[in-house]
Design a protein around this ligand. Structure first.
Ligand code: A3P
Length: 282
């Protein structure tokens, strides 16, 4: 696989899952949850860092709070590491619902799931895998587009990911809140208000406005503290440039041909026929 992925139960995983992803998946499954643990889940490149910054501020009740990016998937899972994270712990993961820690699911901990339209996700991911430390993908966009459509990328199919989370939300057995990247771009304060209420935090409008302001793309891009959770040998000096690349809706137009756009629309229609989700592309 040109993206150096490993496979387990039909799903492909990035290099940081190791040669046998089952080991890490089991370690994650067995994490002992604590009261107040929150999960931010998403398919890669859906705006996770943005939401993480916002939720950190909401939970801390302060815009001064430095972001702790507890990205579980590449983390070394040990009691020592997990216990060193101050409570309430905010974890981020690209896994599916039923892969989250069993004790967290049993406790019915809160989950925020971030969604972004698949055209912008695929373009963002294409730029990311070219620069990402150990992947350094060298293929052309046309080749990558086929990898994405055929679920030959990390965490496999975008369609399957989104659908599986939608089904879980619809069952109504677990507190799951959906946030669309495009909605955040349009009206961050309204979305922050929804997230704040979902987390049982009742922040005043003025505070939500400050959070929206302080988590703006340019602000986050210019911050000097460390966002990237990977070991130093994997981290490239330019990581800020690819984690905070453009931060807009509609950048897919720079790479998609008319035909590719139609092809993705067709696949979306076929794969998402049971879905009630509507994505905006502009
Ligand atoms: P682009 O590559 O399209 O610019 P993730 O955090 O899930 O890896 O998602 C990365 C995408 O979110 C990138 O998209 C990045 O630029 C965008 N992003 C990061 N911070 C943002 C912010 N504060 N506002 C808007 N977009 C942001």
């Amino acid at each position: 696989n040109p993206l150096k992925l490993t496979e387990s139960s039909g799903i492909l995983y990035p290099y940081y899952f190791g040669d046998d992803p089952r080991v890490k998946l089991k370690n994650i499954k067995n994490i002992q949850s604590k009261t107040g643990d929150i999960f931010l889940c998403s398919y890669p490149k859906s705006g996770t860092h943005w939401i993480m910054e916002m939720v950190n501020m909401l939970v801390a009740g302060s815009i001064e709070h430095p972001t702790k990016f507890n990205f579980l998937d590449p983390m070394i899972i040990s009691d020592q590491v997990l216990d060193s994270i101050p409570c309430p712990r905010i974890f981020q993961s690209h896994l599916r619902f039923n892969q989250l820690p069993a004790s967290f699911l049993k406790r019915k901990g809160k989950i925020i799931y971030i969604l972004r339209n698949p055209k912008d996700v695929s373009v963002s991911l294409y730029h990311f895998v070219q620069k990402e430390g150990r992947t350094k993908y060298t293929g052309k966009w046309d080749e990558f587009f086929q990898l994405f459509l055929n679920a030959n990328v990390g965490y496999s199919s975008w369609f399957d990911h989104v659908l599986s989370w939608e089904r879980e939300k619809e069952k109504g057995r677990h507190p799951i809140h959906f946030v669309f990247y495009e909605a955040l771009q349009k009206d961050a304060v309204t979305e922050l208000d929804r997230m704040s209420k979902f987390l049982s935090l009742n922040h005043p409008h003025s505070f939500l406005q400050s959070v929206a302001e302080c988590s703006k793309f340019t602000k986050m891009r210019n911050q000097q503290y460390l966002y990237h959770p990977f070991p130093a040998d994997v981290m490239d000096d330019n990581y800020i440039d690819y984690l905070f690349r453009k931060g807009i809706v509609g950048d897919w137009r720079t790479l998609f041909s008319e035909e590719q756009s139609m092809q993705l629309d067709e696949v979306c229609k076929a794969e998402m026929s049971d879905s009630k989700l509507a994505f905006s592309y502009e």
